[in-house]
Design a protein around this ligand. Sequence first.
Ligand SMILES: [Zn+2]
Ligand SMILES: [Zn+2]
Length: 183
Amino acid sequence: MDHQEAQKRLGSLLEHLCDTFNVPYPDEFALCGRLTTTAGLFKASPSRFLKGRITISKKYLDLNGYTAAAETLRHEFAHHYLFHKYSHISNFRERFRKSGHTEEFKAFCVQVGGKMNTQMCGEEYARHACTNYVKSEYKWKYICKCGEFLTKTKRAYSLKELKKYQCRVCHTTMTQEMKEAIT
Ligand SMILES: [Zn+2]
Ligand SMILES: [Zn+2]
């Protein structure tokens, strides 16, 4: 899946979430090539007329695949949702605090299928921990011809190792041609 297609799919997921939970669509939603230290970002604005901005890291998408990026989007949506839930609070800092990583946030993030970093999860949400990285020590990723993200590795697989892997979508056995360098 290329960036354009991923952006389109993530955009409709976001629309769907906004509709379902009855909050406005953010002013801006984009994949961003400059976001290299975090998987995604929700940016709130003190202005009553602005509805916030959600950004997903292109690099994160490239490294971890569409499903992982969608989980990040769901996490950022949870911030967006809470920010609007508390729109009656006139003090911006207080409103922003209430849309941060609170207990309410964690419960809602999990409800909408989002992931959190391990520290945030604690024991209660351990199942929803995200162990992907934006910066990667991995050198190679394997993408199936059907577009499914297979795996990433620190060293390229040998032929013998490749044979053990099958795509969970189209069941094709992994080949050397599916290998792409992570830059
Ligand atoms: Zn967050
Ligand atoms: Zn496949």
